[in-house]
Write a protein that binds this ligand. Structure first.
Ligand SMILES: CCCCCCCC(=O)SCCNC(=O)CCNC(=O)[C@H](O)C(C)(C)COP(=O)(O)OP(=O)(O)OC[C@H]1O[C@@H](n2cnc3c(N)ncnc32)[C@H](O)[C@@H]1OP(=O)(O)O
Length: 227
């Protein structure tokens, strides 16, 4: 995740010859599928359906999964619909509108840092009615990474210290905040927090992180598909 040019759609074999409009349509279709899959995940973790219905659903879902045929991307491949580094990531488990796992969090620039907005559902539950601590750490890790990128210092997490001050409610709009507080050599120091939109002053989780920009050789080795 170093400062290297994004692999543009024009240089990706899957998008060669496609227009910006085609890409928009494809992303919209991916987001629509992601939306329905998240609804399925939510219905699945809430259902009290009888065993017989669960067996029927299992067969139905297996049948639908079998219809997603065609070429599958390999492990390190960057999806043709993505802009990496520093742009859209359709299948990110945090921000990806195409991901069944993501809340998904929307990120905007804000007073010296970045703000993430999302709502956790029952699929993200830890203690009954509240968010899983790992989900809070994931939201913060991601947004703190965005704060680095927004400051022109893209990096990877090498350390993340999280303090859980009060439980994070489910089904309540959340406000995640992150900002770069300083640098030392290749280390980037970042603060983050989670509160509800309703009461931003009541901070539920805080985090201190250290991020590091890999050197160019390490970046090439880690991300062989980034030019
Ligand atoms: C845009 C949105 C993106 C969202 C992404 C969210 C962020 C993520 O989840 S990233 C995924 C999780 N993180 C990882 O997998 C990283 C794993 N770590 C690594 O691969 C390597 O440590 C890597 C590539 C980051 C750095 O390796 P390398 O370039 O060899 O650096 P290295 O020489 O070890 O250390 C560089 C500096 O960082 C410091 N450092 C290393 N580890 C730590 C640490 N744990 N704590 C503090 N400082 C550290 C070193 O002291 C060194 O400092 P200096 O240059 O001043 O001597």
């Amino acid at each position: 995740m170093n400062v290297v040019p994004t692999e543009s759609p024009a240089t990706n074999p899957d998008t060669a010859g496609t227009t910006g409009e085609d890409l928009d349509h494809q992303r919209a279709a991916i987001a629509a599928l992601g939306h329905e899959l998240r609804a399925l995940v939510d219905a699945t973790v809430r259902t009290a359906a009888p065993t017989e219905v669960l067996h029927q659903m299992t067969d139905e879902v297996r049948r639908i999964t079998g219809q997603l045929t065609g070429r599958r991307r390999t492990r390190a491949e960057i999806p043709a619909v993505d802009e990496f580094p520093g742009g859209v990531r359709m299948y990110s488990p945090v921000t990806g509108t195409g991901s069944p796992l993501a809340p998904p969090m929307q990120v905007t620039a804000d007073s010296g840092g970045v703000v993430g907005r999302c709502t956790l559902g029952i699929a993200h539950e830890g203690p009954p009615g509240y968010g899983h601590g790992g989900m809070s750490a994931m939201l913060l890790d991601e947004l703190m990474g965005w704060a680095c990128a927004a400051a022109g210092l893209p990096g990877m997490t090498v350390s993340l210290q999280v303090r859980y001050r009060r439980p994070v409610p489910l089904e309540a709009p959340l406000r995640v905040y992150a900002r770069v507080t300083g640098t030392e050599g290749r280390e980037i120091f970042v603060d983050g927090s989670i509160s509800t939109e309703e009461d931003p002053s009541a901070v539920a989780v805080t985090a201190d992180g250290v991020f590091v920009s890999p050197d160019p050789g390490r970046t090439r080795a880690l991300f062989p598909h980034v030019r």
